[in-house]
Design a protein around this ligand. Sequence first.
Ligand SMILES: OC[C@H]1O[C@H](O[C@H]2O[C@H](CO)[C@@H](O)[C@H](O)[C@H]2O)[C@H](O)[C@@H](O)[C@@H]1O
Length: 568
Amino acid sequence: MAITESLSNCSSSDTGPVIPTTPLVTFLERVQEAALKTFNETNFDPKFYVDLSLKLDLSTTEKAFDELRKSANGSLSVEGLKGFIEKYFEGAGNDMVYIEPVDFVPEPEGFLPKVENPEVRAWALEVHALWKNLSRKVSDEVHKRPELNTILPLPEQVMIPGSRFREVYYWDSYWVIRGLLASKMHETAKAIVTNLIYLIEEYGYVLNGARAYYTNRSQPPLLSAMVHAIYSRTGDMQLVRKSLPALLKEYHFWNSGIHKVTIQDAQSCNHTLNRYYAMWNKPRPESSTIDTKSASNISNVSEKQHFYREVASAAESGWDFSTRWMRNPPDLTTLATTSILPVDLNAYILRMELDIAFLAKVTGDNSTAEHFLKASQARKEAIKSVFWNAEMGQWLDYWLNDSTCQEPQTWEASNRNQNVFASNFIPLWIESFHSDKSLVKKVMESLKKSGLLHAAGIATSLTNSGEQWDFPNGWAPLQHMIVEGLGRSESKKARSAAEDIAVRWIRTNYVGYKKTGTMHEKYDVEKCGEFGGGGEYAPQTGFGWSNGVVLAFLEEFGWPQDRKIGCE
Ligand SMILES: OC[C@H]1O[C@H](O[C@H]2O[C@H](CO)[C@@H](O)[C@H](O)[C@H]2O)[C@H](O)[C@@H](O)[C@@H]1O
């Protein structure tokens, strides 16, 4: 359903805050632009250039670049630019150095006790060993001279997703941590949380990723879920005490200003819900050349800025990019992320409220616990009233009439986005919903009929748009949240549906690994053993959250001796 006509025009002009980036990032974007023109590569990756570290200070490097351009009359030669990059920059990725995880052992005691099949066990140990490939710490050089680098000087070791993603990412870290817990690597899991807390202390929220060009947005907020998961395994009270002030600060970030919207429902009740809203209105530095091209047909300056904000806000959602955020799919220029109240974001914030209530209670802070419990009850009502569609048995994203005009907006049934996305099932992940047996039954039936379930897992959407957060791609985090929601229900049928999806997902990851020797960032749910594609960058391997979800699934469901592991 294309939503254009009913929406007023004032949403197309740009308003909202902008967090300026650093002069280094701006300079690296110039190098990126020059590299695209000069190298003319088919596989050009703009992110590579904004990940470079300087050998000398910025003004010296900038001066040398300007001189080079002047001497070449603006048109650089391949050798000239290559020589300049070699002379003035460290290689991308040198800012993060390998570190042996302190708690890695090749076969941890009590590792995946329910995995009986020897082939699967051997593979699970190989996936476990991949933590060694992904383990990094910020180099001493960066700590000495942070201004020469776009990597941020994190205090502890991290797990990176892999390949072009050479830095820690916010929401990826939740599934990395779930995998680390299955691998009994509790210290590494805690170190990741310490880094994310550091980002909240420095910036007020957890950044999309730990680079200077990600300071204008966050990502799906799952820090509370990380702390909850680690505490449940380790009982570490010190971690809880250290995390709580940061979680309160993060909660404030999401529940104030631009991220907060009030909706009046059909019964005239006001509800507060949240949306993604990046504090940026220029091309994303890591994809500057791509965004500039995408916006090339938009001539009005304010409309261009608005488009860039919608692009960055889609990146904040973690679903970059998807028809989910487009008024006229698959036209990327119609991205309207800030005009949507997303089901999944609000489920995550409900989870944050419940987690904070739980964590406050264990520290004995009953008044904070009470306050957040109340907030969670209000949000549960809001999710029911604004998103739930009983006929479809799904929670639907809600289109705001406008992203800038007066509040409260009045809820209208026609503003619900009736298209099917995996996110329509994410509330199941939250205890408040999966504890309701009849609700789970309804949602599970809906999932089965939705068209999302395929041979190799749950598709992201039903639209094959060429974007990576659409059909036929399946992503580990989405499989995990839906499976965990169904699996934690009291319904036997839901638990068996959960296991069925997990088995399909494990099989495709296994066969893909055997074929290519690596784990992938996303998979094609129509073809068992095939990795996914689409989007603005080449498919990536490594891969943090895929490894984490396979280990978490194997820990939960095991693998019997006689169950076949190949594609069916
Ligand atoms: O460089 C383009 C975009 O890449 C990131 O997004 C994708 O990778 C992330 C790391 O695995 C993942 O968290 C995200 O869901 C993916 O879509 C990055 O997060 C974007 O901000 C960036 O523009």
